[in-house]
Design a protein around this ligand. Structure first.
Ligand code: GMT
Length: 375
């Protein structure tokens, strides 16, 4: 198949998932064309059947806001036509689903029918999408997609609750390459972070408000009082200063490291003992799944789709949003001794296999096939 993929090329979960999907499809022999404003961060190697088309957004003195959606739709028309693409898969509704709709209409004038699959990832529905500034366009363009997928049952239900969607939404969970994440720890790296054999806790995100990174610091503080530990923060974003400030006020900044945006998550996860995800909402929680695949148990909130990923008492534990005390106790119970930690490690990696790339990618291929056959 010749497939076009549109996504955000950044470290966010939707861009990571879309890029990994494109790489997996290319590995299976499909021709994959990424159409984005920047090379996706996880598209970091040369693969002969992967193509990258950059969306150029010319500026002009009149434009206070350069029209990205128009530039994207025009680039889509060009790439689909000239590369004879058979299907377009857009990740994150805003503005990708509406740009895809526009491109589809333009191509129809030339007798080209391009099926559009839209995958909903989370904040495109739950935070940004339901904002009335965007809502009518989001609802319309989702309904115009030939197929709609959501990354969890929870997000599927949220979408029906938020918009009048008159098509069925297929749930296809996030996936992980279990083999890639099953890494041995690099001892020298571990020694630098935890020189005295402390436990290593980890959080990775884009530090947006929805992640409640202050709760990560508070949980770490409680754990550290009972079990000598270090905390690694991976990623960057608007709430980083809040986490830094709180760790200074608590006098624990020597035990916390902010390592910024990192591409090699598997190497970092390999040295971690516990992953913390304290989000107010998470449609799925790809970061938690990647941790589990690396054999790292997770303590998270029970928000959104997280209960579809985490098995209470087996892969980790969940607590109510903001219930720092309960999540701290649960974290301590996992980390209290090596035998317990090892049991959770095994539980986490065993459960992650259910979401292995080899199980989930064929579901997307099956979906694509339905539309290619009809076309
Ligand atoms: O986690 C983020 O804030 C990034 C966001 C994105 O759209 O890039 O992630 C969303 O999509 C991921 C991949 O499907 C999900 O695993 C995340 O749970 C989801 N984030 C939220 O719902 C907050």
């Amino acid at each position: 198949m010749r497939i076009g993929i549109v996504c955000y090329p950044t470290f966010g979960g939707s861009g990571v998932l879309a890029t990994e999907l494109g790489k997996a499809l290319a590995n299976k022999g499909h021709q994959v064309h990424f159409i984005t404003y920047q090379q996706p961060v996880r598209l970091n190697m040369f693969v002969p059947n992967i193509f990258y088309h950059e969306v150029q957004v010319p500026t002009y003195p009149l434009f206070d806001y350069p029209p990205y959606e128009t530039a994207l739709a025009s680039t889509l028309v060009d790439v689909i036509k000239n590369n004879h693409l058979q299907l377009l898969h857009v990740h994150y509704a805003i503005p990708h689903a509406s740009a895809a709709y526009m491109a589809k209409q333009i191509l129809a004038q030339d007798g080209i029918d391009i099926p559009v699959v839209t995958t909903l990832h989370g904040t495109d529905i739950t935070l940004v999408g339901k904002d009335k500034t965007y809502a009518p366009v989001v609802a319309f363009s989702i309904n115009q997609s030939d197929a709609i997928t959501a990354v969890s049952q929870n997000l599927c239900q949220e979408t029906y609750n938020t918009f009048k969607i008159h098509k069925s939404i297929e749930v296809i969970h996030n996936f992980v390459d279990v083999e890639r994440f099953s890494r041995k720890p690099i001892d020298a790296f571990k020694k630098v972070i935890a020189p005295n054999g402390e436990r290593i806790l980890l959080h990775a995100s884009n530090f947006r408000k929805v992640k409640r990174v202050q709760d990560v610091v508070l949980i770490f503080n409680e754990v550290n009082k009972r079990i000598p530990s270090k905390l690694l923060f991976v990623g960057d974003g608007p709430e980083r200063a809040v986490a830094e400030d709180l760790s200074r006020r608590l006098g624990i900044c020597d035990d916390i490291r902010f390592v910024g945006k990192q591409e090699q998550m598997e190497d970092i996860l390999a040295i971690a003992d516990l992953f913390l995800l304290t989000s107010e909402y998470e449609s799925f929680g790809l970061a938690a799944l990647e941790a589990m695949a690396a054999g790292v148990p997770v303590v998270s909130t029970n928000a959104g789709g997280l209960p579809e990923v985490i098995v209470e008492g087996v892969t980790g534990y969940m607590g109510n949003v903001g219930d720092v005390d309960s999540m701290s106790e649960k974290a301590i119970s996992i980390l209290q001794d090596d035998a317990t930690l090892e049991t959770f490690r095994k539980g986490a990696s065993a459960h992650a296999k259910q979401f292995d790339i080899h199980n989930i990618v064929p579901l997307y291929e099956e979906l694509y096939e339905k539309f290619l056959v009809k076309a």
